[in-house]
Design a binder for this molecule. Structure first.
Ligand SMILES: Nc1ncnc2c1ncn2[C@@H]1O[C@H](COP(=O)(O)OP(=O)(O)OP(=O)(O)O)[C@@H](O)[C@H]1O
Ligand SMILES: [Mg+2]
Length: 251
């Protein structure tokens, strides 16, 4: 079990988030070390997206702190982005009426150095050849899997040290899911990007991460390596418990 505060580049300490009367996150402590790929897992409504939003200054944090390299992080998203943290939100949020190239450019809106924008775009397109082939097409003309690659590519345009991914495989066919996980692993391997990934696809994500956190109704109930997750019953408890509460007729 990793101890807190020992080498995390991004860390959440005793963070609680409340949306009005809804307590979405309760006293959460988690973090990611440089070069790690870390999963945040849990059933629908557990607070997974809230973790990423809390880190990005996009959720109403009512208690606790977020640290970047040991320094208190401001809650201003545009400042957080400047530290080299990129967020690829759930649902991709692409500009569907813009081209692939234009969408990629939106990944680094503050960068005025055109040759640098071009260089980054070339390197993203090298990683995702489909984006190169379709670079002048509208994002709306791409398949779901291709749109996810575009969302990942747009995140990489910020040249981030840390990439926060929210449900990158949501709504994709199984063979595409595999491709997305392979791509996430490739980004970590080839670019050395630190990654925190929220996933409901437990089996697939456990194959590519160094560590995982498991959330249940706003609380972190487990932290450990994929092997330690597999050795316990924690996933069955969290997911089946939730299903039984939601619908007693479901097995
Ligand atoms: N803007 C909001 N206003 C009110 N309640 C919210 C808001 N966003 C999230 N919630 C609530 O906070 C809790 C956690 O939501 P969150 O989106 O973090 O869950 P999640 O684990 O990402 O779920 P999913 O797997 O469905 O994406 C849920 O009960 C949700 O209904
Ligand atoms: Mg979510």
């Amino acid at each position: 079990m990793a101890s807190l505060n020992d080498s995390f580049i991004l860390e959440m300490v005793n963070v609680s988030v409340r949306y009005g009367a809804v307590s979405a996150l309760e006293d959460a402590c988690l973090g990611v070390r440089k070069g790690e790929v870390v999963a945040v897992m849990g059933p629908n409504g557990a607070g997974k997206s809230t973790v990423l939003k809390g880190l990005m200054g996009l959720a109403p944090v009512v208690a606790g702190q977020v640290y970047w390299r040991g320094e208190r992080l401001t809650s201003a998203t545009h400042e957080i982005v400047k530290h080299g943290i990129a967020f690829v939100p759930q649902g991709r949020r692409l500009f569907t009426h813009l081209t692939i190239e234009e969408n990629l450019e939106m990944g680094c809106p503050y960068l005025r150095d055109r040759p640098e924008v071009r260089r980054r775009m070339d390197s993203v397109m090298e990683l995702f050849p489909v984006l190169h082939q379709k670079r002048r097409d509208l994002a709306s003309q791409m398949s779901g899997g291709q749109q996810q690659m575009l969302a990942l590519g747009r995140g990489l345009m910020a040249n981030p040290e840390l990439l926060l991914l929210d449900e990158p495989t949501l709504g994709l066919a199984p063979n595409i899911v595999k491709e997305v996980f392979q791509t996430v692993a490739l980004i970590s391997e080839r670019l050395g990007t630190t990654i925190m990934v929220v996933e409901h696809n437990i089996k697939g994500v456990l194959d590519i991460v160094d560590r995982a956190y498991i959330l249940d109704t706003g609380r972190i109930v487990f932290e450990g390596t994929p092997a330690s997750v597999r050795e316990t019953n924690i996933l069955a408890e969290v997911f089946l418990g939730k299903v039984q509460r939601a619908d007693p007729d479901e097995p």
